[in-house]
Ligand binder design. Structure first.
Ligand SMILES: O=C(O)C1=C[C@@H](OP(=O)(O)O)[C@@H](O)[C@H](O)C1
Ligand SMILES: C=C(OP(=O)(O)O)C(=O)O
Length: 434
């Protein structure tokens, strides 16, 4: 399905933020790794969180869900012996479960998105797991991947965090269950370091003890631990809400987004500070972000690694700023659902934006007027490209047609409903043409 985004000068109204994708995937996993029954309130519903639901059920967890909560009886350290898992297009779900599959004799992760997740690299995690005695068959570090585990060894483990923090998170979920104690050393670099804070927070809530160094590069993990069955409540999602807030920033608006905790460990809460630095009128109190946009934005410089999943929305806002913005330290955007630098900037250019790329940088020469628009956008299977181009489309002179916009459901199936509720002029169509 495609979406037509038509010029929309004004947005008004209130919405509740969707539930956090990162916390939902983590709570589902730790509930599955516990032996008792856990309850998760307000879990996210999206393709990625559904992928985790499906996979933990295949691995032997029992799930019961109603409107408000999901109740999960876990399989502990003994996942069911199954042959195949399908994680859809969910990178974090794949990486976390590649590690957990090391507890099983033989699981193949199939390749259902050859043009998206199928192109993403997993070598760094594969190498770490192999050093722990796990046999892995793969095609150049990519899907399909077969993990032949059983009794992975702890001890000294090295992992590179230069491409993704998800490899380290995966090992942090696995190692507490091993017979031996482990020492994990992060080598080269650690991108998206803030996300590790979310992993450690969830592990602690699940009763797991991990000793992390202050710089998050070294960990001591006692073995023979058990995940405890607990109650968890999922907070609102900043990465998805970043696109809504950016849309409010580039229009004349009066928009409130509820359920966004000020104290969250989500790095993408930086969207609030970034918009503030861009001089967008807003307040953030009692979990409510209130934007009263006037369409005027100042340029900024920002280290995007601190808020990796909100950078595309920030760039979309910067497209309309009065000057040149720079988002640096963002190389790992190239290894996401698409190349979020080259592919994304190509789509922005089609709409009329003036943008430049470096290997690890996005430079935006703002155009405070409207952009011409009137073009068809390739979504590159990427929910965040779809949301960011919607932000831009609202302020174009002519509509944008976003092809295959249904991929927005990877993280935020209700995105276009929320934009419509705020008065955005968007429409789902079978075969969008201009
Ligand atoms: O651990 C996680 O849940 C995630 C980590 C981040 O990935 P990288 O560490 O690859 O940047 C983020 O982009 C992704 O959406 C979710
Ligand atoms: C990159 C993302 O997700 P993942 O790595 O889990 O596929 C994202 O949600 O933007």
């Amino acid at each position: 399905m495609d979406v037509i985004v038509r010029p929309t000068p004004e947005l008004r109204g209130e919405i509740g933020a969707l539930s956090s994708k990162n916390y939902t995937t983590r709570y589902l996993l730790v509930a599955a790794l516990a032996e008792g029954t856990s309850t998760i309130y307000y879990p996210a519903h999206s393709e990625d969180s559904d992928a985790m639901r499906r996979c933990i059920a295949d691995l032997g967890a029992v799930l019961e869900e109603d409107e408000e909560k999901i109740v999960i009886t876990g399989f502990g350290r003994h996942p069911k012996d199954i042959k195949e898992l399908n994680v859809g297009n969910a990178g974090a779900v794949l990486r976390f479960l590649l590690a957990i599959a090391a507890l099983s004799p033989d699981i193949t992760f199939v390749n259902t998105y050859p043009d998206s997740l199928g192109k993403r690299p997993h070598d760094d995690l594969i190498e770490s797991l192999q050093s722990m005695g796990v046999e892995i068959e793969h095609r150049d570090g990519k899907l399909p991947i077969t993990v032949r585990g059983g009794a992975p060894k702890g001890g000294k483990i090295k992992v590179s965090g230069a491409v993704s923090s998800q490899f380290l998170s995966a090992l942090l979920f696995l190692t507490p269950l091993l017979e031996e104690d482990s020492e994990i050393e992060v080598v080269y670099d650690l991108k998206s370091k803030v996300v590790i804070g979310q992993t450690l927070e969830v592990l602690e809530q699940a009763g797991i003890v991990i000793h992390a160094s202050e710089d998050l590069m070294n960990y001591k993990v006692p073995g023979r631990q058990s995940y405890q069955a607990r109650e968890y409540t999922v907070q609102g999602d900043y990465p998805g809400s970043a696109a809504i807030l950016a849309a409010a920033a580039v229009t004349n608006s009066d928009v409130k987004v509820h359920r966004l905790m000020e104290q969250s460990k989500q790095g993408e809460r930086a969207i609030v500070d970034v918009l503030r630095m861009m001089e967008v009128p807003l307040t953030h109190e009692n979990g409510v972000v209130h934007v009263r946009g006037n369409g005027q934005l100042q340029p900024i410089e920002f280290d995007g690694d601190a808020a990796t999943d909100a950078v595309l929305a920030m760039v979309a806002a910067a497209v309309f700023a009065e000057g040149t913005s720079r988002f640096y330290n963002v190389e790992n955007l190239r290894y996401k659902e698409c190349d979020r630098i080259t592919d994304y900037l190509n789509e922005l250019r089609k709409a009329g934006a003036d943008v430049e790329e470096r290997q690890a940088e996005i430079i935006v020469h703002g155009r405070p007027g409207e952009l011409p628009g009137g073009v068809t956008i390739n979504a590159h299977y990427d929910h965040r490209v779809i949301m960011a181009l919607t932000v831009v489309g609202l302020r174009c002179q002519q509509p944008l047609v976003i092809k295959d916009a249904h991929h927005v459901a990877k993280s935020y199936p209700g995105f276009f409903d929320h934009i419509t509720a705020l008065g955005g002029n968007v429409e789902w169509v079978e075969n969008g043409t201009l």
